[in-house]
Design a protein around this ligand. Structure first.
Ligand SMILES: Cc1cc2nc3c(=O)[nH]c(=O)nc-3n(C[C@H](O)[C@H](O)[C@H](O)COP(=O)(O)OP(=O)(O)OC[C@H]3O[C@@H](n4cnc5c(N)ncnc54)[C@H](O)[C@@H]3O)c2cc1C
Length: 288
């Protein structure tokens, strides 16, 4: 990952490896904005090297046993601790069987070497517009568990978690501890597709979940925050055959989704790509 900085070395910082969540939260509240939690470090260290993030203290979360939790309970859902790697999730059979959109996203996310280091939580917290994890987590109705010193906890819906480019809903003294992804409805299908032009950053991505007439959609890489095309989702609640509804939804998406222009592509180019990948997504969700 490079944003064009001329620096090749890390700035000086103090490395801390707390052994419990309480210890990590206390360190975070003691050092405030000068401390940053680290999961895999793939994003954090790259951003520090580029002088885009300034951290005097790096709190390595990997020594905290409770953040290693990876559990599935049939009928309830999947809990993914903050330090579970993307590689571990890719190998966890239920992810492929029941959480198709998440599995698809992991498969196109960076490469196997980086996936063995980086975490789903770190990718989500990074919150740059091109990361793959937010759209699938949104359509799967995931929730992020958050803790702060003194025992206070809260949950934030994946939908509300990303608040701006590289900004998330966490306060500086909070640690995101786990992602809970509820059991998808019986008979539902979910998928994720990304279009990129050979760079690590996608030009447009789309996640979808279909459960009868309930369809959830989310786009990544097209705006500062992931986009939920609510008007298009509404189309599927109306009358009509599935082909007719898909075509109507594509038209509504064209009319209502306004992508940005960046160095990878113009808004107009992205609009065309969105039509192509959404058509493919619909065929995967509704095809035989
Ligand atoms: C060559 C390359 C290719 C890449 N390609 C892709 C790609 O195709 N798709 C994609 O989505 N991403 C891609 N990335 C980004 C990469 O996947 C992320 O940097 C990585 O997933 C972040 O996870 P991590 O565990 O390493 O997080 P870290 O680097 O440890 O943390 C990332 C950020 O989240 C914060 N954070 C981490 N955990 C917590 C927590 N529990 N609570 C609060 N804050 C926390 C950190 O302080 C930091 O700000 C690529 C990166 C590289 C270097």
């Amino acid at each position: 990952m490079s944003f064009g900085s001329s620096y090749f070395t890390l700035p000086r910082f103090k490395y801390e490896r707390p052994g419990s969540l309480e210890e990590a939260l206390e360190l975070l509240s003691e050092h405030g904005e000068e401390a940053k939690p680290m999961a895999g470090g793939v994003g954090l260290l790259a951003f520090m090297k580029e002088r885009l993030v300034d951290a005097k203290y790096v709190l390595d979360l990997k020594g905290i046993p409770e953040l290693r939790r990876l559990e599935y309970e049939r009928g309830s859902g999947l809990t993914v601790g903050a330090t579970v790697t993307l590689g571990e999730l890719e190998e966890y059979p239920i992810v492929k069987e029941r959480y198709g959109a998440l599995y698809d996203a992991i498969r196109v996310l960076s490469d196997p070497i980086l996936r063995n280091r980086s975490t789903l939580m770190g990718d989500l917290c990074e919150a740059i517009p091109w990361v793959d994890s937010p759209p699938p987590l949104m359509v799967l109705n995931a929730e992020v568990g958050v803790s702060k010193a003194g025992g206070a906890t809260r949950t934030v819906r994946a939908k509300d978690f990303i608040t701006g480019a590289a900004e998330n809903a966490l306060q500086p003294d909070e640690i995101a501890t786990s992602i809970f992804i509820p059991e998808p409805p019986d008979g539902s299908r979910s998928a994720y597709l990304k279009f990129s032009a050979g760079t690590e950053f996608g030009i447009a991505s789309v996640a979808g979940l279909a459960s009868g007439r309930e369809v959830r959609l989310a786009y990544g890489c097209i705006a500062a925050v992931p986009v939920e095309p609510v008007e298009a989702e509404e189309v599927f609640r109306g009358a009509g055959g599935v082909n007719e509804l898909m075509n109507r939804a594509l038209k509504v998406i064209d009319e209502t989704v306004e992508p940005f222009t960046d160095t990878l592509g113009t808004a107009e180019y992205r609009k065309n790509i969105i039509q192509v990948i959404t058509g493919d997504l619909f065929r995967r969700l509704f095809g035989g």
